[in-house]
Ligand binder design. Sequence first.
Ligand code: FMN
Length: 325
Amino acid sequence: MSGTNPAAALAEAAAAAARAPSVHNTQPWRWRVSPDGLDLYAERSRQLTATDPDGRMLTISCGAALHHARIALAAEGWVASVDLLPTKGDPDHLARITLAGRTDVTPAAMRLVQTIAVRYTDRRPTVDVPIPADAFEALRREAGTEHMGLHPLRTSGLAELAAAAAAANRIGVADLDQRAELAYWIGGERPSGAGVPDAAIPAQPPQTGVPERDFGHPGTLAVGTGHDAKATYAILFGRGDQPADWIRAGETLSAVWLLATELGIAVLPLSSVVEIPATRERLHHILSNLYIPYLVLRLGKADPDHAGAARTPRLGPEQTIERAG
Ligand SMILES: Cc1cc2nc3c(=O)[nH]c(=O)nc-3n(C[C@H](O)[C@H](O)[C@H](O)COP(=O)(O)O)c2cc1C
């Protein structure tokens, strides 16, 4: 609890952001806390340089952390003002949060900060019931408040996504550098506090219409006999393809994922189709060549029996937060 001390509140917000989702759980961010603001930097030493050479997924992950920090400040009664950068001459300086005063804490803000602790990625098949139409509309509206969209895929779009996801897996598996990156971050021996543990990776490929990311290695997560036939696949999209757009996409991902968690909807991001230029172009085409795809999301009714699944670890604050001065 930071009370009314701004610097303590900013440091706590940076700590709360640690639970944000990130590609391969790389947590590619660094916070700098000073008495008058909280600065967010991209941490290039944790970038997936083979899989994500442009830093799209890195920047989306940082955007999710930024949104988590904003949620934490709102739950402590702070009005936060956010400047999205990058700064000229310092492309890794992605955003700056300053405090503009105190406000009442709303029940919605309290709920959201609690949801941060329970949100996680579930790679098991979704249950055999579609998500309610009004829940999808609520998620779509949430994306809209951040000036992004969620485009649901049906019939031909879904078939095109399935083909693109399979192609992305083939391209990834054939690329030695990408395989080396997977071996570093996924399962087995990983950097302490980061990466995806075996317990979060399916023991066999789940039965899906759209293939999940091929991690190149079976985990220990039992997947059962379910099929994701009733899942909704949607593209998170927007208008621009610059780092500032990717940060906003990450903030939107966080907002949509937290709301989905509150609504009992499990979210699985599929990013390999966006990372690879040829398959990203196929998604662009599904969006009538008008919008930029940032991520594909699988949305499904969360299986109540899945509660208590293994959580991914996080780096210690000494690796992600520094204090100015
Ligand atoms: C930008 C981004 C891309 C991701 N891509 C994938 C993906 O392609 N496949 C997958 O299984 N998980 C993906 N994830 C989920 C991460 O692996 C997950 O957030 C991370 O391991 C932390 O685990 P948690 O979400 O359970 O806290 C992605 C997450 C983000 C933020």
